[in-house]
Design a protein around this ligand. Structure first.
Ligand code: SF4
Length: 367
């Protein structure tokens, strides 16, 4: 695996670790998870920061630590509450895994995070990157961390032209990361290289002029800063067209908990029909509502339908919301069959929802 065979072996290219360790204390951003060696808090910050910018993730980190100061608190929290707290961060499987992993730590490890990289890897939702981050930051274990920032820095400084989007490339970079890491301060070194990639050797316009490794940097010396790292483009994302039927009666709005293998699992949205194009006629709104057991007050069909867009990592969602007012509440059998549930605005406030649904409800003045 990526752990070093000999944790005491001297790092290759010692100038590199030293330059970063000198640079780091003078430039690092003061972030709360940098003041702790608690593996729980570090793990929390790492999961929150996956696919999330630091500024966006920061309030979530603070909210989660305040709500669940220990791994036991998080393990005991209801899923709905955790999802609600996570709302707005996206990639909701992370929130579900978070709670599941907390339960795993409590049930299988007596509430103590495993104390090594190899053991951490056995936890759900913890891959090589997160395990290396926790093991080095919390326990000072000498294992190189590899995130997008580190790939970029290594590729540029050491002139590696392998495609970083190819899964087979990880081994090559991991070997180098493990060889470079400081013997005395592996945790500090890992933080330093990640921060260096985040604020100095940035994807666009890196600050080469004031860079401490400029003289040794392959990309800088060979005029290849713009070409490195090599990364093939991700596949173009597809667009999905959601037609939401928003059924309302009096103060009641009908929502449904999402199940099945798709985006937004366990979050709440409205009755949904997905259509191949944006065209509305594909959905017979009144017929659909009646099929669900609702009698529609036809004079109160909202027109035109509200439209909202939301970009996810590999897909875009174009959602149209068709609001229909019912003449009577849905019957118990209609609710059972449709999976819809009646909620008041106050109850909806407490439900975990995709951002697009929250935005719609706010726009309509329901929230
Ligand atoms: S010289 Fe430029 S490209 Fe090279 S490590 Fe420094 S900032 Fe990055």
């Amino acid at each position: 695996m990526s752990q070093l065979n000999n944790p005491n072996s001297a790092p290759s290219h010692p100038f590199f670790a030293q330059a970063l360790l000198d640079w780091y204390p003078r430039h690092r951003r003061d972030l709360p998870w940098r003041h702790t060696h608690d593996p729980y808090a570090i793990w929390l910050s790492e999961i929150i920061l996956q696919q999330t910018r630091v500024q966006q993730g920061l309030p979530y980190y603070e909210k989660f630590l305040a709500a669940y100061p220990t791994v036991q608190d998080l393990a005991a929290a209801p899923e709905q509450e955790v999802l609600r707290l996570w709302q707005g961060l996206g990639y909701y499987s992370r929130a579900r895994n978070l709670r599941h992993t907390a339960q795993q730590v409590v049930n299988e490890y007596g509430g103590q995070f495993p104390g090594s990289y190899a053991e951490l890897l056995k936890l759900r939702g913890i891959g090589p990157y997160t395990a290396a981050a926790i093991a080095s930051f919390a326990y000072n274990e000498r294992v190189g961390v590899l995130d997008g920032n580190v790939y970029r820095v290594l590729s540029r400084v050491f002139g590696i032209t392998t495609d970083i989007a190819a899964p087979s490339t990880r081994k090559e970079f991991q070997q180098l990361a493990d060889q470079l890491i400081s013997v005395e301060e592996p945790g500090e070194y890992n933080q330093a290289i990640m921060e260096f990639g985040a604020i100095q050797c940035t994807p666009v316009n890196p600050d080469c002029l004031f860079c401490p490794v400029r003289e040794q940097c392959f990309a800088f010396q060979h005029g290849m800063v713009r070409q490195l790292p090599v990364k093939t483009k991700a596949k173009a994302s597809r667009t999905r067209y959601f037609q939401y039927l928003v059924l309302r009666h009096g103060e009641t709005v009908y929502l449904r908990k999402r199940t099945g293998k798709d985006i937004w699992h366990s979050l709440y949205d409205f009755h949904l029909t997905e259509t191949p194009t944006a065209d509305l006629p594909a959905v017979n709104l009144l017929g659909e509502a009646e099929r669900l057991g609702g009698r529609v007050a036809t004079n109160r069909v909202a027109e035109p339908a509200a439209m909202m867009k939301h970009a996810l990592s590999h897909q875009k969602v174009e959602a149209r919301f068709h609001e229909l007012w019912l003449e009577a509440p849905l019957s118990a059998s209609a609710l059972k069959e449709s999976g819809l549930e009646p909620f008041t605005a106050t109850q909806i406030e407490e439900l975990p929802k995709p951002v697009i649904i929250t935005n719609y409800l706010s726009k309509q003045g329901i929230l």
